[in-house]
Design a protein around this ligand. Structure first.
Ligand code: PEP
Ligand code: MG
Length: 615
């Protein structure tokens, strides 16, 4: 997956200020290590090709709305750049002095500039869509600027003129990206073995990546357990997110090292850094080979306690990895990824086929299908286009109409998915899981729909099993955790989603790099909610698992076992690591350890205990 002999740099002209940055011998950027492994490769970055927008005409009556769309995109772009500016201080001083003037130039262009005024005129008078207006105006301004380059005498002047043209193109691209919310379709042009660097990567964009072609990923935005991080771990691509100032400092085609274990990105690596990185790549390959041998060994502790280790699945392309990692079944199938990057919502037949194929591929091992969890950062264009969900706005999308709340309001969408899962369920052991539950009433309403759909299918002559698949819930809000005893009366099983549980308990966005330091699943408040939920489930003899990112962290295996958990679901790559750790643990000791942890009030004291026990 990594490449040690990168191709020669692409000859793309860069702003002079940035060129000076690259003259510095080696720059190490730090961020959040989200997906382990080391990657060496040529950078592919902010220079994605200009978006292809046809010259779209609009009706005169639509011009005011189009102008308002442009205003919103300008505001969003300004917000992104101001945020970036605020985070520049994390950069080395010389990089700061290179990048800060560039951001100022971008911000000026988002004010009352020729670009914005011209684009507005093209909307109002030329009746162009906002995207077309921005691109046409940027093209016109660029042409005028470059005409000056021909007239310029010295090389230095010419470079300055080119830089101004690049800046206009860059800001136009940002505006169009914000207008279209388009995924990075240009991934198809990603050179093999490249390292992708971009300001931010939406989960839908991450779903488009081909892990066999990509060496690594680094972004400026993002947090440890956001869905983008979850996807990158699932794809097994070494990745570092939340690296301030990185996209502005990269030079496409030049070599970089991404260390997804240490959380660093090194630009212009020295020979010594490259040699160390190559050793890191080799060590990672050896580790994978060692883990492959664990595959057939049982998942049990030293004292013989059996533990279920299942895998999380986002996309069917992960199936081979899941089959090879030694997981028993799929403990969390995040179905929302099937709805992304397509123009229409998949119908019942399409969904049923996909679900059946996954069940068949698992060869009799159980699959837990989580019904669509739309909301938060998981944006799905097809649902917005069909008018099923509103556009995600900035006002607390994580607290809005998401998960089961949306499904109960959009019964057609919910029942179609339930029907597809029920039809597929004849192909193997199936469980159905509800996301973002907060009340017992939601479980009751969902079960009513489930039973209704089953009756309808039977009337239609569909062959279903005599007993319907178990219907369980995610425990991923503090409300659900604290009502776990009541919920256990109605739900057939629990799966604890520690990612959202941490975010909602601590009021910290999981994908936001600015507050990434506060996102802490080892906070005693989170652990108490986990403990409370496990105890409620065990009292009611309900199966309970953990399927958030905590499950795949071998540092936390002893603690989770000690809290009573015997079922874990995680990204496939983590299964062997957790299995190895588990096979060296005794339940009695885990219980004693968990007791000590639960006596602590300070998250740092808990982290220290966990580190000590992991040594
Ligand atoms: C969770 O919240 O822990 C979880 C598993 O669900 P998701 O990461 O898909 O939100
Ligand atoms: Mg969740």
């Amino acid at each position: 997956m990594s490449r040690t002999d990168p191709p020669p740099p692409q000859h793309r002209r860069l702003p002079v200020r940035l060129r000076r940055t690259f003259a510095t011998p080696e720059t190490v950027f730090s961020g959040i290590a989200v997906s382990p492994g080391v990657a060496i490769g040529p950078l592919f970055g902010t220079a994605e090709p200009a978006p292809e927008i046809a010259r779209q005409k609009i009706q005169a009556a639509d011009a005011p709305a189009e102008g308002a769309r442009l205003d919103a995109a300008v505001a969003q772009s300004r917000k992104q750049l101001l945020k970036l500016k605020a985070r520049l201080e994390a950069l080395p001083e010389d990089s700061q002095s290179e990048i800060a003037p560039l951001i100022e130039a971008y911000l000026r262009m988002l004010g009352s500039s020729r670009l914005i005024r011209g684009a507005k005129r093209r909307i109002a008078e030329g009746l162009l869509s906002a995207e077309s207006a921005v691109l046409c105006e940027a093209e016109a301004i660029g042409a005028v600027i470059l005409a000056q380059a021909d007239a310029a005498a010295s090389g230095e002047d010419r470079a300055g003129v080119q830089r101004r043209a690049d800046e206009v193109t860059e800001i136009a691209r940002r505006l169009v990206r914000n207008l279209t919310r388009a995924p990075f379709q240009s991934f198809t042009g990603l050179p093999e073995g490249a390292i992708l660097v971009c300001p931010s990567l939406r989960p839908a964009d991450a779903a488009l990546l081909d892990p066999s072609r990509l060496a690594g990923v680094a972004t400026e935005e993002g947090g440890a357990d956001g869905h983008t991080a979850v996807m990158l771990r699932a794809l097994g691509v070494p990745a570092v997110l939340g690296v301030p100032g990185l996209p502005a400092a990269v030079r496409p085609g030049h070599t970089a090292v991404v260390d997804g274990t240490a959380g660093t990105v090194t630009l212009n690596p020295t020979a010594a850094t490259l040699a160390a990185a190559r050793r890191g790549v080799a060590a990672f390959v050896r580790e994978r080979q060692r883990f492959a041998r664990l595959r057939r060994l049982p998942a049990e502790t030293v004292d013989g306690t059996a533990v279920e280790l299942a895998a999380n699945l986002e996309l069917p392309i992960e199936l081979p990895l899941i089959q090879q990692c030694g997981a028993f079944g799929i403990g969390l199938f995040r179905t929302e990824f099937l709805f992304m990057n397509r123009e229409t919502v998949p119908d019942e037949d399409t969904q049923a086929e996909t679900y059946r194929a996954v069940l068949e591929a698992m060869g009799g091992a159980p699959v837990t299908f989580r019904v669509l969890d739309w909301g938060g950062e998981k944006e799905i264009e097809a649902l917005t286009a069909a008018g099923i969900v509103p556009e995600i706005t900035d006002t607390n999308p994580a607290l809005g109409l998401r998960g089961i709340r949306l499904l109960l309001r959009q019964m057609d969408l919910f029942e179609t998915q339930l029907a597809a899962i029920l039809r597929a369920s004849v192909a193997g052991p199936t469980r159905v899981m509800l996301p973002m539950v907060t009340t017992v009433a939601e479980v009751l309403a969902a079960r009513e729909a489930f039973d209704r759909v089953a009756r309808r299918l039977r009337r239609r002559g569909e062959r279903l099993g005599e007993k319907l698949p178990p219907l369980g819930i995610m425990i991923e809000t503090p409300g659900a955790a604290l009502s776990a005893d009541a919920l256990a009366l109605e739900a057939d099983f629990f799966a604890i989603g520690t990612n959202d549980l941490t975010a909602y308990t601590l009021a910290v966005d999981r994908g936001e790099s600015d507050v990434a330091g506060l996102y802490d699943p080892l906070h005693p408040a989170v652990l108490r909610l986990v403990q409370f939920s496990v105890e409620a489930a065990l009292r009611m003899h309900r199966p309970v698992s953990v399927c958030g990112e905590m499950a795949g962290n071998p540092r936390l295996t002893a603690l989770l076992l000690g809290l009573g958990l015997r079922s874990f679901s995680m990204n496939a790559a983590a299964v062997p690591r957790v299995k190895q750790r588990m096979r060296g643990l005794r339940i009695e000791e885990c219980v004693r350890f968990a007791r000590r942890v639960m006596e602590q009030a300070d998250p740092q004291a808990i982290a220290a205990l966990v580190d000590e026990a992991g040594r």
